[in-house]
Ligand binder design. Structure first.
Ligand code: ASP
Length: 600
């Protein structure tokens, strides 16, 4: 999917309207409306073509587009040199127009050229969009890579997204407030980056994983509605498409319900989507967490396609068919492209086992000789006609469909089914468009740690559902939280919750999490202290701008929408960071490296 906006409409329009200094016009402002005018344009040489003895054609590129310049001379020029061209706008000879350019009907002829800066031979072509070199080369020369039209478009689109979010939230009275980067541990649960203090040797600041605590304090301070396009730092292994530092839209509001928070975010995300893609009136349906797991096997389901999971355990209870007489049997119609071969089905069985299932059953629906529906399946001989009929009816299966089933404990089997459903759909279906989804009523805790204490599903400041307060001690895993996630096309964009503002409830939750008063006071004492001075009920949300921008730009990785990203192993190939630092710098922090440093 391509954004409808080319090059981030607004910012380019503003450039076109405001040429200054060495230029009279930007490339895309040189159009057939100004034929006959003298203009000066500045930019980089995209390509040079020499025609005969005395004619040089140059494609000059600036941040709005490309314009063709014709010089009546033969001069040595090379791609990516920086030039200024002065000449007259004239109509291109018939048949040489280029409809893909705003300036495509005209050229700057009789031009004179000034070289402002020469360039070394670039490591890859800026205009070639197809044969890109390895990403490591692109990251090493990111300043050149960023000249490419696609990255120019992405970075501009990202700026449009930020602008739309700001405008939207400010229309609701949200105030942009910056919170500290040199901070103290926050509760998101990831490993933190530490910064040594020179003036307090042996002590460290922490780079914030999020402005979570700071924004809650701002609510205690009475700012009522806060937001920030915030940089967050988490020292986590970069297994998937992640970066150590990322950007979130972070928001908090006082005296609000969770519905209010979702409404603010829905509006901001809709406005950002419209700014980036031109699409409006997108739906934001919601689903409870338990329904999402039951129907899609995921807490971030992609609902652009159906293929929902159905429960079949009641059908086989007491049947004696061991593989199916289980606490839970989940089944869905496999998203397919044509027929599944036997070897493909065997691969799916292996994949299910690799995901932790005991096995995977498949049923190919076929037409019997008498016209009735039958199944082809490794366990076909154990199935009764009514089993087949009920599977077909419940799932709405048709001849040729393959039904996949996994049985065992509900939670584990739904997770396998959810992964298979998504993997098969991404491989076999043509998934297009944008589908947002709110997932609400998350559980408060997501399991038990080694010491038997529940693990917070969100963070420890999340308010439990008031109806479930009593379960906090007796059945913590059944407690629902007042928390919610926003999902786009199967990606978790962000999460939020109503927070605890009552010190007594907070202390109960800390206890449930196995956090002693002493530890709570040591880590979050200042917040608990603040809650003792009049804390309003409050709640908020944060979503990842990198992920949103990547999805709206139709990119597979967030690195394509970040100006200076790091590699998957956290290296900055352009600057060489991280680097060793001088011994005396270390000494000024009272630090010494105990191991011999490894080269990054
Ligand atoms: N601070 C949370 C996070 O970064 C989001 C929130 O609860 O507002 O995940």
């Amino acid at each position: 999917m391509q954004p409808a906006s080319t090059f981030g409409r607004d910012s380019v329009q503003c450039l076109l309207a405001n040429p200054k200094g060495l230029r009279s016009h930007y490339a895309s402002a040189v159009t057939d409306e100004i034929i006959g005018q003298d203009v000066s344009v500045c930019g980089w040489i995209g390509s040079v073509r020499e025609h005969g003895e005395h004619l040089t054609f140059i494609d000059l590129r600036d941040s709005t587009g490309v314009v063709q310049c014709v010089i009546s001379d033969r001069i040595e020029l090379h791609p990516e040199w920086v030039i200024r061209v002065v000449g007259r706008v004239s109509k291109r000879p018939g048949g040489t127009e280029n409809p893909t350019l705003a300036s495509g009907q005209v050229e700057i002829s009789d031009a004179s050229l000034e070289v402002l800066s020469k360039a070394n031979a670039v490591p890859f072509s800026v205009s070639d969009q197809k044969d890109l070199p390895d990403e490591s080369v692109r990251l090493r020369y990111r300043f050149v890579d960023l000249r490419r039209a696609r990255l120019q478009r992405n970075i501009r689109t990202r700026a449009q997204i930020n602008k739309a979010i700001r405008r939207s939230l400010e229309s609701f009275g949200f105030l942009e407030i910056e919170t500290p980067m040199l901070w103290t541990p926050t509760p998101e649960g990831a490993r933190e980056f530490s910064v040594p203090s020179r003036l307090q040797p042996g002590n460290f600041y922490v780079l914030p994983q999020s402005p979570q605590i700071a924004k809650q304090l701002l609510m205690v301070s009475g700012f009522d509605r806060y937001y920030q396009i915030a940089r967050c730092m988490r020292d986590e292994d970069l297994r998937s498409d992640r970066q150590f530092e990322f950007t979130q839209l972070d928001l908090e509001a006082s005296f609000v319900t969770q519905e209010d928070v979702r409404e603010f975010i829905t509006q901001a995300v809709s406005d950002a989507t419209q700014a980036a893609t031109g699409q409006s009136n997108l739906a934001f349906p919601s689903i409870t967490h338990s329904e999402a797991i039951a129907r899609y096997g995921s807490d971030k389901p992609d609902i652009r396609f159906g293929h929902e999971i159905f429960e079949l355990s009641d059908l086989f209870a007491g049947s004696g068919i061991r593989a199916l007489d289980q606490p839970s049997v989940g089944a869905f119609i496999a998203p397919a492209k044509g027929e599944f071969s036997r070897s493909k089905l065997d691969q799916l069985v292996d994949r299910a086992k690799a995901l932790g299932a005991a096995g995977l059953l498949w049923f190919r629906i076929k037409q019997g000789t008498d016209g009735s529906l039958e199944v082809d399946s490794p366990i076909a001989k154990f199935l009764k006609n009514e089993h087949v009929a009920e599977i077909v009816t419940r799932l709405g299966a048709k001849t040729g469909d393959v039904v996949l089933a996994v049985s065992g404990e509900f939670k584990a089997t739904r997770s396998v089914l959810g992964t298979l459903r998504t993997e098969l759909a991404r491989a076999n279906l043509n998934l297009e468009g944008l589908q947002y989804l709110w997932v609400i009523d998350f559980p408060m805790f997501e399991g038990l740690d080694d010491a038997g204490n529940p693990i917070a599903a969100h963070h420890p400041f999340t308010m439990p559902n008031e109806d479930d307060f009593e379960l906090m001690v007796s059945d913590p895993l059944a407690v629902r939280a007042q928390s919610y996630d926003l999902v786009l096309n199967g990606w978790e964009l962000g999460s939020g919750s109503i927070r605890i503002h009552d010190p007594k409830i907070q202390s109960d939750v800390f206890k449930a999490l196995g956090i002693s008063d002493e530890v709570a006071n040591q880590r979050f004492g200042f917040l608990l202290d603040a809650f003792g001075f009049g804390a309003p009920p409050h709640g908020g949300f944060a979503f990842g701008i990198d992920r949103l921008a990547a999805l709206l730009c139709g990119e597979d990785t967030i690195r394509e929408v970040i100006a200076f990203p790091k590699t998957q192993s956290g290296l900055d190939l352009m600057t060489g960071a991280p680097k060793q630092i001088a011994r005396d710098t270390l000494q000024s922090y009272g630090l010494a490296i105990s191991e011999s440093p490894k080269k990054a």
